[in-house]
Write a protein that binds this ligand. Structure first.
Ligand code: SF4
Length: 229
C-alpha cells in the first residue's frame, strides 16, 4: 500500500472503530497489516500486551530500553516475554548511558531532557518502526490533557505510518477492571504509587487526584517524551 492509501485507511478505520473493543481494534490491525504491525509497551503494565496476545498471538512488542529503567520495569519486560504469547523486541539507543555521559556530561536528563529523550527514546523507536506500516501504543484520552484527542486509529504524520491506540477510549477504571479480571502482569511500582512509569530519573509517585502522568518530569514543563506527537 502507498503512504496515501495507508493514510486514507487510517482515517476511515478511525471513524469505524471508535467505540470498538480494544481486542477488535487489534484484530483489525493484525488482519490488515500482518507482520507489518507491532505494538509498543513501556512495561508499566501488560494490559495492551495481553489484549494483543489474545487478538494476534505472536505479535511483536517493542520495548525501548533507555538504560535508565527501574529494575522492576526490566523484570516486568522479562515476565511478559516468558508468560505471554508475544515476541518482545528490545531496542536500545545508539549510545550507552556511559557513552552519553562522556559526550554530553552527566545527568543530561536534568539539563536537557528533550535531547535525552530524543536520543534514548525517539531515535530508537523511529529506527525500529521503519520495518512496519502500523504501530500501536497504550495511550489513553483520560491520561492527560495532551492526550484528550487521541484517535483509536490515526495517521502518524512524522513517521508516515498508521498509529493505532486501542485503549484510547478506555478509562483507568476500565484498565483496572480488565487487569483484575484477567490477572494481568503489572509493574510492582504501581502498587507503590507510580501511576505512569518511565525512566527512573524522570518518574515520581503521584498523589491521589493528580493526573496519572503528573509524576513524569515533575517540576518541569515537559509532559511528553516525543514518541506520540
Ligand atoms: S525520560 Fe528522562 S532519562 Fe528517560 S530518555 Fe527521557 S530525559 Fe532521558
Amino acid at each position: 500500500m502507498s503512504r496515501a492509501e495507508l493514510r486514507e485507511l487510517a482515517e476511515l478505520a478511525g471513524a469505524e472503530l471508535e467505540g470498538a473493543h480494544p481486542v477488535d481494534v487489534l484484530r483489525w490491525a493484525g488482519e490488515t497489516f500482518g507482520d507489518r504491525f507491532a505494538i509498543t509497551s513501556s512495561m508499566g503494565d501488560a494490559v495492551l500486551t495481553s489484549l494483543a496476545a489474545e487478538a494476534i498471538p505472536g505479535v511483536q512488542v517493542v520495548f525501548l530500553d533507555t538504560g535508565y529503567h527501574f529494575p522492576q520495569t526490566l523484570a516486568t519486560r522479562d515476565r511478559v516475554a516468558t508468560e505471554l504469547a508475544v515476541e518482545v523486541v528490545t531496542v536500545k539507543p545508539q549510545l550507552t548511558v556511559a557513552q552519553q555521559n562522556v559526550k554530553y556530561g552527566q545527568s543530561l536528563y536534568s539539563r536537557d531532557p528533550d535531547l535525552c529523550c530524543a536520543m534514548r527514546k525517539v531515535e530508537p523507536l523511529n529506527r525500529v518502526l521503519r520495518g512496519y506500516d502500523a504501530w500501536a501504543s497504550g495511550i489513553r484520552r483520560d491520561e492527560s490533557v495532551s492526550r484528550a484527542n487521541t484517535p483509536v486509529v490515526g495517521w502518524d504524520v512524522r513517521r508516515e505510518m498508521v498509529k493505532v491506540n486501542p485503549l484510547a477510549t478506555w478509562t483507568q477504571d476500565d484498565v483496572d477492571a480488565y487487569a483484575a479480571e484477567r490477572g494481568v502482569i503489572i509493574n510492582p511500582l504501581v502498587e507503590l504509587g507510580f501511576a505512569s512509569i518511565g525512566c527512573a530519573p524522570c518518574t515520581q509517585r503521584v498523589v491521589p487526584g493528580e493526573e496519572a502522568r503528573a509524576g513524569r518530569w515533575a517540576g518541569s514543563e515537559k509532559t511528553e517524551c516525543g514518541l506520540h506527537v
